[in-house]
Design a protein around this ligand. Sequence first.
Ligand code: ZN
Length: 329
Amino acid sequence: VDCALQPNGAMGSAALHFLVSKPCCAQPCGRSGDDECSFRVAWSINPHMQVGAVRPHRAVSQHSRFVRTLRALGATVQLLPFVHGAYDSVFSKDNAVLVQRPDGRVEALLARPRHAERHSEQNARATAYAALGITTNDDAGAHLEGGDVVVLDGARHAFLGYGFRSEGGARRGLARFLDCDVTCLELRDPRLYHLDMALSILDDGTAVVCPDALSPRAMRALERHPLVRSLVHVPIGEALAFGVNLVQLRDTVITAATATTMARALRARGYAVKRVFLDQFHLAGGSAACLVSRVHVQAHEVSARSPRSSPGQRFVATSPTAAILSTSA
Ligand SMILES: [Zn+2]
């Protein structure tokens, strides 16, 4: 399997723009230890991790099929280099929260990972973002991991999971960065240690949630939130099989789980549910959502504190819940 960095496509459909890490180094990598050049499980920082369980070649082939599926469904996928020896860097969602501003610029709020095993990823990621023209911001203010951040369509609101990895203290920095309100949700099951294993919110406001993973107070906050239109309750077994850790591409939902309750409910709402195979990544505690860092398009009016619009661009509201960036003639 070819792990050379392929040329990145131009930024296309902004609403389906993902940054994905390669699962292995380009060869020759030039650093010592060939076995450090590929995704594997070499330590255990979550209950899913079984040291030595991953078959790297199988992981690489599952990963390239996953990327092909994203592209076939219309996503723009930009590949980031694998961080040699930092195996969890494949879970690129965790490294930063990404947003495209109304003037088209993409900015990254860098994560502050809880575990030392993930610290070395951050410098490499900041360098890779800069190479793509992405401005980086290090103002999270507390532990923050991308897997704990669920951003609603248009970046109109975000939820921040805390309890295992991120801290509530990151709420303010995240809200300032996204220019929207952020609601903190407490996680209570260490096996579902990131919010994106317990909650996914589709663009139409459908919340796919495992109630057993959230504190009662967090569930109430979610149920009462005005931007959450309906809830799909996913049983704990399906959440542990990564049934909530999904990726939405318009009317298709990609999952690596056999999650019949989730799939039935989403099909009833008009979604196609597409299965991919990512079991090698499940051995490290991640699945489809963890492998992609979505560039969230900030669609709301720019607040006075962040006057970023350039004169050639304006917003065109297409529906109460969606707006697209248009370049005026
Ligand atoms: Zn290497």
